[in-house]
Design a protein around this ligand. Structure first.
Ligand SMILES: [Zn+2]
Ligand SMILES: [Zn+2]
Length: 149
């Protein structure tokens, strides 16, 4: 039941931006929605578990198209694979663990846009800021896998 409702919603979102509703696109959306910040490889793996044989290229194409149409948001921590999440335009920032690569969402400061207002905008009209905080996640800190270097 829940799946049917969600599929309808995604289908409507696809149609709203003029995209054809295809099984790979729906599966990609379901997978990314269920578990945000997956790499393309992991998305491909899980989509295949859901709908069976579909080429990696088809899944990469779906990710690219959905990102271009602002249904998915792409995020690329330095030195790491691209991650995907559903674009909900809340401009949240990311915490990334240097040790295990876990990504956690953090909301930006409500009511102010401290990071979106640099001292000098060089003439740009800034409307969005993307901030990545790097550190060590609690699990890695507990495991003591952090090197002091
Ligand atoms: Zn970690
Ligand atoms: Zn996120």
């Amino acid at each position: 039941m829940d799946t049917a409702v969600r599929a309808l919603t995604w289908a409507e979102r696809l149609r709203a931006v003029g995209l054809r509703v295809t099984q790979p696109r729906l599966a990609v959306l379901a997978v990314v929605h269920a578990d945000p910040h997956l790499s393309a490889d992991l998305v491909a793996e899980r989509v295949r578990k859901q709908i069976g044989a579909v080429s990696t290229q088809a899944i990469y194409d779906a990710l690219k198209t959905l990102t271009e149409h602002d249904i998915l948001r792409r995020f690329e921590p330095a030195g790491s694979a691209m991650r995907f999440e559903v674009a909900n335009h809340d401009n949240h920032h990311h915490l990334v663990c240097r040790t295990c690569g876990t990504v956690t969402d953090v909301p930006w400061v409500v009511g102010s846009m401290p990071c979106a207002v640099p001292d000098d905008t060089h003439g740009y009209r800034v409307d969005e800021a993307e901030v990545t905080y790097w550190g060590t996640c609690p699990a890695c800190a507990r495991a003591g896998t952090v090197t002091s270097s």
